[in-house]
Ligand binder design. Sequence first.
Ligand code: G16
Length: 559
Amino acid sequence: MSSSAAAAPPVDHTQLFDRIAAAAKNYPKPDVTFGYGTAGFRTLGKRLPSVIFSVGLLAVLRSQRFNGKAIGVMVTASHNPEADNGVKLVDPAGEMLEQSWEAYATTLANCASPAELVAAYKQLAEQLHINIGAPASVVYAADTRPSSPELIKALEAALAAFGDHVKTNNIGVTTTPILHYVVKATNDTSGEYGEPTIEGYQKKTAAAFKALIGNRGPLKPLPVDCANGVGALSLADFSKHIGDLLPFRPLNTELNKEGVLNYQCGADYVKTKQQLPPSVAESGLLNHPDNRGASFDGDADRLIYYYLKGGKSFRLLDGDKIAVLAALFIGDLVTRAKLTDKIQVGVVQTAYANGSSTKFIKSRNIPVTCTATGVKHLHHAALNYDIGVYFEANGHGTVLFSDDTIATLKKTEPESPDQDRAIKHLLALSQLINQAVGDALSDLLLVEVVLAHRGWSAEEWDAGYEDLPNRLVKVEVPDRHIFHTTDAERKLTSPAGLQARIDEAVLKVEQGRSFVRPSGTEDCVRVYAEAATSSAVDTLAAAVTDLVKTAAAEAAPHP
Ligand code: G16
């Protein structure tokens, strides 16, 4: 492996296959069927070495498909428990792997022996007309999980089989969004996106943040729950670039203690339990009504805000609230920039979006699209807008500015100082917000910018609309794969008859809505319910959970 990929001698295919087979022997496949899910492969870390090895092979093929552009490999299980791990591929523009290739990843991951793997790899290359001797480039990183170093070794073993034809860049332990950024920046031939390094990300983000805050700083200290994950590192690094402009109060920053990653902390905990992590509550940092706090997840691609109303009662500011805050602010800037005829702002959500948020956004004449769960689906839909604001309720999301929008902003001659400021702010936002993928740190800075510009506290931000009471339940079932959905995952097509029973339960409660879908990252089925009152939503969530358990038990094979 080296940086001289283009100059390497031709590849002897037979020798390459032999090297792959020899290396693959060290990574035998366990007796598990793997599937490329919502965000790549996810399961117990100890089951994954063979999968990571096969992902290394696919990353090389994918890069060759794009004439040697860099492909990313991220080793992480994000919000999952510490014992889990995962891996996903990142496409050249920093986006999630194109969906048609997910099936190829699954095929390679399920090869039972080195010989089968080589045969499948060879067949895939032939089918896709890819020259396996062509140069390739792979950028990779991992989060802080204990199983990550072993998995990185498995990835490197696969890449090493290609010798000098594969250029590699191990950027080390970092967040998922930074890996996406580095991939995008590496492939950006214009050189405008930023330096393709972790430091380049920090510098670019800090410069945009400083420009947007201007003389509105320093901002009030912000407690940030880092979920005992890699976000703690990037937050500390970033802090050095902005000094006291936004003083962080980092919490849950234990990276070397066993069992603490995502445990009783982090964005998923807050969103699911609808309460402060005990550590944040105990810190007392939120006791003042004007204070706000934020939680990342284990790889810092999700962000949830919260505050204590009156210094006491917990209020959640989730992905929906962030989407509304961002969309209205950006919409106002577009109006002030006098570009409403050229730039359309739209919002993309999933079925998990609170019904009140969707209603509120529509009431402001902002179009809303609903997609299936998974950043890949939202990102794709957001590209249909000039400025696409996409957020999952769980705190995953970003804002995408189309190339045409950037060009329009750059070429518009302002006729007033206010129009000039609005254009400059929009351009700075496009630099601040990670254009590759949802990013907890850059989203946090976006929220802080909007609050500073509006002069709002968290409570004022929250005042726009009232969430309908809602519940999110994880239901463990013998086989989640029997659950199939349609209509952006809002309806079940199987098990037979279950959807009709859910519909009946929904009709019994005021403003009821509920849906069921299999998780793509955990071994469970997720039940979402919302209704007019807290007791009604409890009743609905319990009823649907029971229906799911009964249907799953009926479908399970009897001993
Ligand atoms: C991943 C995906 C998200 C998705 C989440 C939960 O998040 O990137 O788009 O919302 O999984 O998915 P599911 O309900 O299918 O388990 P993360 O933070 O784990 O990478």
